[in-house]
Design a protein around this ligand. Sequence first.
Ligand SMILES: O=C(CO)COP(=O)(O)O
Length: 125
Amino acid sequence: MKIALIAHDGKKADMVHFLSGFRDELLKKDVSLVATGTTGKHIEKAGFEVEKLLSGPLGGDAQIAALAAQKELDLVIFFRDPLDKHPHEPDVQMLMRICDVHNIPLATNPAAADMIFKYIISLRH
Ligand SMILES: O=C(CO)COP(=O)(O)O
């Protein structure tokens, strides 16, 4: 299972906190994580192995979208900050659109991500 992780600056701490709650599941061999650059650095610091792509504003969201379009992702977790402005907002919209085009599960806040993770875990046990 390949999971893409993206968090805007105001949500990076939430992302690390969220992932830490599922540490045992995420450290399993058949789970691989890919993230936009700065999000990836935070996730790595928290002790996870993660493939880091470009930072979001430099094209990282677009790279994640390309993976989704190629059906290489099982799940996208994208903690957006709805209270901040982003220079690459078109890329953000494009990533979400591509997830919908290809029916890739997309969680944009911790409550949704928590439900999806718990569901996946229930299927795996
Ligand atoms: O900007 C982002 C998502 O739109 C995230 O990019 P970073 O993980 O590089 O901060």
